[in-house]
Structures are given as structure tokens and as C-alpha cells.
Design a protein around this ligand. Structure first.
Ligand SMILES: Cc1cc2nc3c(=O)[nH]c(=O)nc-3n(C[C@H](O)[C@H](O)[C@H](O)COP(=O)(O)OP(=O)(O)OC[C@H]3O[C@@H](n4cnc5c(N)ncnc54)[C@H](O)[C@@H]3O)c2cc1C
Length: 381
């Protein structure tokens, strides 16, 4: 793996950084307060190719690598973690399983509009009783002639509100437990598909987190993704890749918090001098900088493994997410400390970063789950 970015990766970083600074940052506080995502940002990101950067051009993507994808998520999340997860959930959780497991026809019909950013996508895996225990699905899909009929509901679905397409996991054979799960591509305008509820959250408040209900929701037979029974495997593979996106989001949150802490430490005067002169503050910044670099190396390694076509990179993507989310929690906590009382009020953005960081320890597998994945791999080696 090359530590230096190549010319394309540098161009992607500079474009994403400029866009984040000029277009996203001015809206971030307002989107957080109103808990509403500004959809014009999706259109602008689509124009820049951010919504399908790592997918082949023939499927509406940018034909770039996964490191470019991680860089975009880092840059967006360094100013607004909600914007970061809109892109990450769309790309990793919806486009990726269609790219990996879809037929040519499914890719043309669904991946092209998704990857080119004409519509957003989401993944419906979680149910009230099926969180960490994702195999315990109650949503069912029954074949009736040429149609699958879906019944059930999904909770906490990122992009659930605005998504035009959902990849949905449902039980097709209850007797076979997780081996009886299948994956489906479900257009949001299908009769019986309903966005039932939007959640109010601690952080990433601008990102839609919705309950989806399927009530006699009929989709064509050919919307099955992979084979019947492939659903759990597709979900786990999807999460292996998705965790790189969430690790990149955590990395961006940590870096954004550090950037603000550095700037403030140089400005804030106490005892007649900038607080950056105090060793207590310098050490906080040193720890942040070191841990953020280490997190980035883990993120880039996992992205590189995905790019190189490693069959198994689940341990490495779990390590990246586990470590980067911990770094995000520490860096945002310490950034508030650098700001003192001002860090606690919403005049400055570090309190938002602190609230946003927490979710990275929870979704796409909690930190406890990442440790299960990592320790299983370690014990198998
Ligand atoms: C904002 C947000 C966005 C989300 N986006 C999506 C999405 O787009 N699509 C989707 O399908 N889901 C999504 N989720 C769901 C998310 O992935 C789950 O919340 C998460 O996997 C944890 O499941 P749970 O909430 O049911 O917690 P639980 O599984 O009930 O876990 C509760 C606690 O028990 C621990 N625990 C559980 N089992 C074990 C075990 N075997 N060993 C050790 N500890 C264990 C957990 O680590 C946790 O600390 C989202 C959630 C949120 C909050």
C-alpha cells in the first residue's frame, strides 16, 4: 500500500475539501438544528460524482477506487457528519450490494440511477427484535406467481425518508433461520411501501433515520438480489464494506474537531497568552493528531484491501471502525475541553461533533460486535 495519495486521489481530496468548506459547512449548524437535510446538497454531490465514486463508469459511477470513497467521506464528515453518512449509507449499503450481487439487468435498472446520484438508496436490515441479532428477521417475502410479497417493518433506516430504492432483507424460509433470508431491491414508490416514522436523534440529526413498513408490498420476481437464501451473506458482506465508510466518517469527525481545537487554542488568550502555549493543551492536540493518523492508516488499509479484491477484509474493516470510532469519541471530548465553556454551547461546532461521534460506535455493528468479528478472526488465524 502506498502512503502517498496519487494524482487522482489528491484531486478527489481537494474537490471534496473545497465542496465541504464552501457548500456544506455553512449549512451544517442549521441542518443539525432543524434536523433536516438540504437535498440540494445531494444534487450538487451527484454532479461532483460523490454518490458513486467507486463504481464503474458503465454503471453510473466514477470508476475510482475505494480510497477515494473513504477520502470523500472523511472530508464531508470533517464539517458535517450527517452529510458523510448520507453518502456512506447510499453507496456502501445500497449501491454496493446491487453492484456485487445484482444481475446485469438489475445494475442497469437500479445501480445506474443510484450511482449517478439521480436518487438515494438505503438498506433495510434492522428490525425491533433484530439489531445485533440481525438473523432474527420477522419481515417476510412470499413468492406469489411472478411477484414477491413483502410484509413487515424495518427500523432506524438511514436515508429511509428520501431513498428512492431500498435493499431489504426478509425471511423467505423461516424454518432455515438466517440461511432462509433473502435480499430484495424494493423501489420506494411500490404500493405498500411506507415511510412510517422519522426518528429524533442525539447526533447526525440532519440524516434521515426512518421506519419503513411493508404492507402487502408486491415487487417483481426479478427484484430478488442473488439467490433465495443469500440474504444474510449479502448483508454481512455489505457491512464489511460499509464499516470502512463509517470508519472514514469517524475519522472525519475526529479531524474536524481537532481542526477547530487547534484554531481555537491559538486564538484563545488566558493569563496573557494563547492557551496553545500550555503543555496541557499541547498534549491533547498531540494525542489527537497521533490517533487520527493511526485511524486513517487503518481506514486506508481496509479500503486498499477492498480495492485489491481481498476475499476477506472483515477483520481489517472492523478494526478500522472500532479504532476510528473510539478516536472520534476521544478527540471530540478533548476538543470540547480545549474550548472550555465555549465548547459546551452551540456557538461553536465542537458540541455537534461530540454528539455526532457517538453513533459511529453503534451503527453497522456496535463496537462490541467489531470486537467479536476481530477476535473470531484472530482465534482462527
Ligand atoms: C442513527 C442510526 C442509523 C441506523 N442506520 C441503519 C440502516 O441504515 N440500516 C439498518 O438496517 N440499520 C440501521 N441502524 C441500526 C443499527 O445498525 C443497530 O442499532 C445496531 O446494529 C445495534 O442494534 P440494536 O440497536 O438493536 O442494539 P442491540 O443489538 O439490542 O444491542 C444492545 C447492546 O447489547 C450489545 N450486544 C448485543 N449482542 C451482543 C453480543 N452477542 N455480544 C456482546 N454484546 C452484545 C450491543 O453491543 C449493545 O451494546 C441504525 C441505527 C441508528 C441508531
Amino acid at each position: 500500500m502506498d502512503f502517498e495519495l496519487d494524482d487522482i486521489q489528491k484531486m478527489v481530496r481537494d474537490t471534496a475539501r473545497k465542496f465541504a468548506k464552501e457548500e456544506v459547512a455553512p449549512l451544517a449548524a442549521e441542518m443539525d438544528k432543524t434536523a433536516k437535510f438540504r437535498m440540494e446538497l445531494v444534487n450538487k454531490m451527484a454532479e461532483l460524482g460523490f454518490l458513486g465514486v467507486a463504481f464503474p463508469e458503465e454503471y453510473g459511477g466514477g470508476g475510482m477506487d475505494y480510497r477515494c470513497y473513504a477520502i470523500i467521506i472523511e472530508e464531508l464528515s470533517a464539517v458535517c457528519a450527517s452529510t458523510g453518512v448520507v453518502v456512506s449509507a447510499h453507496s456502501s449499503l445500497c449501491c454496493d450490494p446491487i453492484f456485487k450481487s445484482g444481475t446485469e439487468e438489475q445494475k442497469k435498472k437500479f445501480l445506474v440511477p443510484l450511482a449517478s446520484g439521480k436518487m438515494l438508496g438505503c438498506l433495510g436490515l434492522t428490525e425491533t427484535q433484530a439489531g445485533t441479532d440481525a438473523g432474527n428477521q420477522k419481515t417476510t417475502a412470499v413468492l406469489d406467481g411472478n411477484e414477491w410479497v413483502l410484509n413487515g417493518s424495518k427500523i432506524f433506516i438511514t436515508n429511509g425518508g428520501p431513498a428512492g430504492v431500498a435493499v431489504v432483507i426478509a425471511a423467505t424460509d423461516k424454518s432455515a433461520a438466517h440461511k432462509g433470508l433473502s435480499a430484495f431491491i424494493v423501489p420506494a414508490d411500490t404500493k405498500g411501501y411506507k415511510v412510517a416514522k422519522e426518528e429524533h436523534k442525539l447526533g447526525i440529526r440532519a440524516s434521515s433515520t426512518a421506519e419503513l413498513v411493508f404492507d402487502e408490498c408486491r415487487i417483481p420476481k426479478e427484484n430478488l438480489l442473488g439467490k433465495p437464501g443469500d440474504g444474510f451473506k449479502i448483508a454481512l458482506q455489505t457491512l464489511d464494506g460499509g464499516r470502512i465508510g463509517i470508519a472514514a466518517q469517524a475519522l472525519g469527525i475526529a479531524r474536524g474537531a481537532m481542526d477547530h481545537a487547534v484554531a481555537y487554542a491559538k486564538e484563545r488568550v488566558q493569563f496573557g497568552q494563547a492557551i496553545s502555549n500550555f503543555q496541557a493543551i499541547q498534549w491533547k492536540l498531540a494525542d489527537m493528531a497521533t490517533e487520527i493518523d493511526a485511524a486513517r492508516l487503518l481506514v486506508w488499509r481496509a479500503a486498499w484491501m477492498k480495492d485489491m479484491g481481498f476475499k476477506n477484509y472483515g477483520k481489517e474493516s472492523a478494526m478500522a471502525k472500532l479504532f476510528a470510532s473510539d478516536v472520534a469519541m476521544k478527540a471530540t471530548r478533548e476538543a470540547i475541553q480545549v474550548f472550555g465553556g465555549y465548547g459546551y454551547i452551540d456557538e461553536y461546532p465542537v458540541e455537534r461533533f461530540y454528539r455526532d461521534a457517538k453513533i459511529t460506535e453503534i451503527y453497522e455493528g456496535t463496537s462490541e460486535v467489531q470486537k467479536i468479528v476481530i477476535s473470531r478472526a484472530v482465534l482462527q488465524d
